[in-house]
Design a binder for this molecule. Structure first.
Ligand SMILES: [Zn+2]
Length: 681
């Protein structure tokens, strides 16, 4: 047995041995004091406290005194406790966020050179130890003693009947649903950093790839990071009529060798050798296109399953937290039940609904006719669905530059822009007051506030000549975020419910705004054909990423089922899972089996089961977008949806659209788009 596995399996509970005797004693005593009506609450509170109490928190006497002092045994005390804590946590979160925002200013804003210490300041997280502090001073135990911890199952089944106050109590208690020891958090952070580094340095030197005839298809100096740059190069190669196809096939071979780990270790991040990915032959580089020294030792020893050793490290680190998370005792459960709040089985069913849709074959046929050849596996990254534009980028740039020479000019125009999106003049003014526009260093981003006395910050890129069209398009997206952030903090009835169920929801709002950017410039909206092209692009992308997510999910299950597996065994299992997934959902469309491409995503190695967020995000975006279309004006509908706050995604979506989260909106839109695109122009 692996040593880490022994260590974690012994830690099934942290509860002290005397805890149950103390609980019985307290129950008798406190029911006598507060009455029978408090029995259920008290039992739950005692159970929750003893589940998290450790020997170092105190002995039986201390626990008993703590409970006697802090159990709110009547409604008035409980109400006071709830109201005060709600307000205090708003202040705490809001100020922590404020410090973080201030500390990041030099990194985030267009304010001149960054000095080394700015990176340290920007990386500082003032809230990192808050949870530990609140278990140490026992405020966390006070919450656990008085408010209910819930499972996702309870939130889904009973949540629709709960009052808003009950929902707020549930979110209050959830802050303390895990008590991960510092050394476990550190182990997770280390595995995260190590796997990130492995991924970040996994470059392929493209000019050093040789065809069987010894040709170099890619230009000198081209260095592509796996898998993102490799995938984007496949996309970029479609217009290349001469070598595009040969390049795409070669990249596919490289990706397959990464997944199967038959890639020679010497070709990773090394411009010192040439490599023929087909025969796998490695030779000293015959050309020099890099300042980097490179290692000319031409060995074709394969990478020794390092990819899977990294993945396995993240698994062991994540597993260490299992015993300290009683309501979600696996990483899989924490991802789906705590972070996403959609049960894994439902997510799986939604993704399968996408990948088995008959619309996939229809879309594939359309792609095939546009390409003029049968599909090849790398065409899962086909990107030829593009909205046409009546205006050149230069025309749009000129228009935007004139309108927005500075961040202040955009700030001033916000009420006007919002009114064009259907907000009343009163709401537009109100929102504008809550949004601060700052010139950003990067492309732009939105940073909401954590408390009502703060504004949301819209960061946008302003060049010397002013804003360009790309910058405007991003600014409109970010404005969508800041409007959502303002409503869901300032207009939600409980600050404990501030926000949206997860990031997919705020992205959806941002995309709705972004989709109307031309109209905001006083130009006509994209025509039906352009809209249909965009929808098909999203649909094909969702089809691709759904398969990738299904592989990620199956691999994590396999790791939990085989905790002692070696990196080589994990390699074989992952390859088999990627093939099985391909054979089931992609082979019928591509007419080729046993393809391993679905296993190439780098986030599968370093991101702890993050990939399902992508397809879920697409589905949610379509639901919200379709609902906005049905409602007509964006403004009032946006506000109605956004003030629901952070309940479960399904409850939120039922309130917003009348249906739970699902694939139907995307599939209906894709169906319609196929009709539009197929009709004569
Ligand atoms: Zn966004």
């Amino acid at each position: 047995m692996h040593p880490l596995a022994v260590e974690t399996s012994q830690l099934t509970s942290t509860e002290p041995s005397w805890a149950s005797a103390s609980s019985e004693k307290l129950e008798t005593e406190l029911i006598a004091k507060y009455g029978e009506s408090q029995r259920a609450r008290l039992n739950r509170g005692l159970h929750q406290v003893s589940e998290f109490w450790r020997v170092e928190d105190g002995d039986a006497q201390e626990l008993e005194d703590f409970v006697r002092t802090n159990f709110a045994g009547d409604q008035t005390t409980l109400d006071t406790m709830f109201t005060r804590l709600e307000s205090l946590f708003e202040q705490l979160d809001g100020h922590m966020h404020e410090i973080n925002r201030e500390f990041r200013q030099q990194l985030d804003l267009d304010r001149g050179p960054i000095l080394p210490f700015d990176e340290v300041v920007g990386g500082y997280d003032p809230s990192a130890h808050v949870l530990d502090d609140f278990f140490a001073n026992k405020l966390g135990f006070t919450v656990l003693l008085n408010f209910p911890l819930t499972t996702l199952d309870e939130r889904l089944k009973e949540g629709p009947e709960w009052s808003r106050r009950q929902w707020a109590e549930v979110r209050l208690a959830q802050r303390f649903s895990k008590r991960i020891p510092a050394e476990v958090s550190l182990a997770i952070a280390q595995a995260d950093a190590e796997s990130n580094k492995y991924i970040a340095e996994y470059n392929i030197w493209m000019h050093h790839l040789l065809t069987p005839q010894g040709q170099r298809l890619f230009p000198p100096k081209m260095r592509l990071l796996s898998h993102w740059n490799l995938r984007d190069e496949i996309k970029a190669d479609y217009p290349d009529k001469q070598n595009g196809l040969a390049k795409q096939r070669m990249i596919q071979q490289v990706m397959e060798r990464i997944v199967t780990q038959t890639i020679p270790a010497s070709v990773i991040n090394n411009p010192g050798v040439d490599w023929n990915p087909q025969s796998n032959e490695v030779t000293p580089a015959a050309v020099k296109d890099s300042e980097l020294a490179g290692n000319a030792e031409a060995s074709n020893f394969r990478e020794p399953d390092t990819r899977y050793a990294m993945l396995r490290k993240t698994f062991f680190a994540a597993k260490k937290a299992d015993p300290y998370s009683p309501t979600e005792p696996t990483l899989i459960a924490r991802r789906f039940e705590e972070d996403r709040e959609i049960p894994e089985a439902r997510v799986k069913a939604m993704l399968e609904q996408v990948v088995t849709s008959p619309l996939v074959a229809q879309t594939a046929k359309l792609i095939q006719s546009r390409l003029g050849r049968p599909l090849e596996p790398f065409d899962i990254w086909y990107n030829g669905f593009r909205p046409g534009s009546q205006y050149s980028e230069a025309e749009l740039d000129a228009k935007v530059e004139k309108k927005y020479p500075s961040a202040e000019a955009y700030q001033k125009d916000i009420p006007n822009l919002l009114m064009k999106l259907g907000f009343s003049s009163e709401r537009a003014q109100y929102l504008a007051k809550h949004i601060a526009v700052d010139p950003s260093r990067g492309a732009g981003h939105a940073m909401g506030a954590g408390m009502r006395s703060e504004r949301a910050h819209l960061r946008t890129r302003i060049d010397k000549n002013g804003m360009d069209y790309k910058g405007f398009n991003v600014a409109v997206h970010e404005m969508g975020h800041t409007v959502e952030q303002t409503f869901s903090l300032n207009d939600v009835d409980h600050t404990l419910l501030q926000g949206v169920p997860n990031t997919a929801f705020t992205e959806a709002f941002a995309f709705v705004f972004q989709g109307h950017d031309l109209e905001l410039l006083g130009l006509p909206a994209p025509d039906a054909r352009s809209q249909a092209e965009r929808i098909l692009n999203d649909f094909w992308g969702t089809y691709e990423i759904s398969g990738v997510a299904l592989v990620d999910m199956a691999v994590w299950h396999w790791m939990y089922d085989h905790p002692q597996a070696t990196p080589t065994e994990l390699n074989h299992a992952t390859v088999q899972i990627a093939k099985d997934t391909w054979n089931r959902y992609y082979a019928p469309v591509f007419h080729k089996s046993d393809v391993v491409l679905l296993g190439v995503y780098s986030h599968m190695i370093d991101s702890f089961l993050y990939l399902p967020d992508y397809p879920i995000g697409h589905l949610i975006a379509f639901q919200i977008e379709e609902q906005m279309k049905k409602a007509g004006a964006i403004g009032p509908e946006f506000e109605r949806m956004a003030v629901m706050g952070r309940v479960t995604p399904d409850l939120w979506m039922e309130h917003a659209t009348g249906r739970p989260v699902g694939a139907e909106a995307l599939l209906e839109a894709a169906h319609h788009a196929l009709t539009v695109v197929s009709s004569p122009q």
